[in-house]
Design a protein around this ligand. Structure first.
Ligand code: SAH
Ligand code: SF4
Length: 331
């Protein structure tokens, strides 16, 4: 719930509006786990809230990775018994949480474990933000970055994802900077346009994963509905309107899209788009694809030494505990 939602609730109980601000503060700033801890609220209001509302809709079922480990994966249970995974990663001063936006995913990208689940349902705003609040309690240090790169396609749960990002960003609550929040999409063109028009300031990442329509079609069925030229067009529109760069993600699959000519074709495709490129060596999920050797990854990267854009490599953290990109799945 955002501040307006909290105001509606307190008004319903004939309380003054400022009570909503107090509740908002307890939930998002103080991260309390029960209404009884909200010391400055009237007793009756606390009772009413406890009887009718839920502060934390998720329960931790399992944690993989030691507290000291760089990557820890959390299996979480929703109220209806459905389960999701979230990942906490630390790298020097940066603590990143990878949030799920849906249970499963409808898009069925061939290289992604979540895609094998099909879609079960969208997560609510409460379930998305609760991943953050719950894992913050588990984290030794404050979380500095949020990426919507867990289970699901954020732009197919658009309203809830945007509302969640707004809550994470709210100055009276969690107060995470907009540029510390990244939404990643497999390329849902109408929502890229909507996102641009609504002027959201969260970073945008686009999973390209291929440099031609034909190549994308081989691994990403959604490319049929939203072809690569329309996707690139929408990204250019985003850039012109917001002056922000997008990050193109490119999962590197051995013998599929990792050759020198693939690199050249990629340069051709995105050179006139103000962007960054993030190359993600494929994390194996037991399917037909293979991860390229580190040498092959370096060879691929060497093609970009004169490129007009910045290139980074995501050596996925947590692949050893199946917490790397694309490895999140519940059975
Ligand atoms: N549905 C969104 C966000 C979740 S996936 C999207 O697809 O963008 C986050 C990133 O992980 C995407 O860039 C996706 O292409 C990548 N990914 C999926 N499966 C992977 C795998 N097995 N190895 C490496 N990266 C993978
Ligand atoms: Fe869904 Fe993203 Fe996985 Fe594709 S890569 S199946 S869009 S979660």
């Amino acid at each position: 719930m955002n501040l307006d939602d909290c105001i509606s609730i307190v008004t319903e109980y004939d309380e003054q509006k400022y009570r909503a601000g107090q509740i908002f503060n307890w939930i998002y700033k103080r991260n309390v786990q029960s209404f009884t801890e909200m010391e400055n609220l009237p007793k009756q209001l606390k009772l009413n809230l406890s009887d009718n509302y839920l502060l934390n809709p998720l329960k931790i079922l399992k944690v993989t990775g030691a507290k000291s480990a760089k990557t820890r994966k959390f299996l979480l249970e929703c109220q209806d018994g459905e389960r999701i995974e979230s990942v906490l990663m630390k790298e020097q001063k940066r603590i990143t949480i990878c949030l799920s936006s849906q249970i499963g995913c409808a898009l069925g990208c061939e290289f992604c474990a979540t895609g094998t689940m099909g879609i079960i349902r969208n997560l609510t705003v409460g379930e998305i933000v609760a991943q953050y609040l719950l894992l913050l309690k588990e984290s030794e240090k404050p979380i500095t970055n949020v990426v919507f790169m867990g289970m699901g396609e954020p732009f197919l749960n658009y309203n809830n994802v945007v509302k969640s990002a707004d809550l994470l960003n709210h100055p009276d609550g969690i107060n995470l900077g907009a540029r510390h929040i990244t939404v990643s999409t497999a390329g849902i063109v109408p929502q890229v346009i909507q996102y641009t028009q609504e002027r959201h300031r969260y970073k945008l990442a686009i999973s390209l994963n291929g440099s031609t329509q034909e190549q994308r079609l081989k691994t990403m069925p959604i490319a049929k509905k939203y072809p690569i030229d329309k996707l690139i067009e929408s990204v250019k529109y985003y850039n012109i309107e917001t002056k922000n760069l997008v990050t193109f993600e490119y999962v590197l699959l051995a013998y599929i899209n990792d050759s020198e000519s693939d690199a050249k074709s990629l340069i051709n495709l995105i050179s006139d788009v103000p962007c960054k490129l993030n190359v993600i060596p494929y994390n194996e999920i037991g399917g037909k694809f293979r991860r390229p050797s580190n040498e092959k990854v370096r060879d691929f990267l060497s093609n970009f030494s004169n490129a007009s854009f910045t290139v980074t490599t995501r050596w996925s953290k947590g692949a050893d505990i199946n917490a790397g990109c694309g490895q999140l799945v519940v059975n």
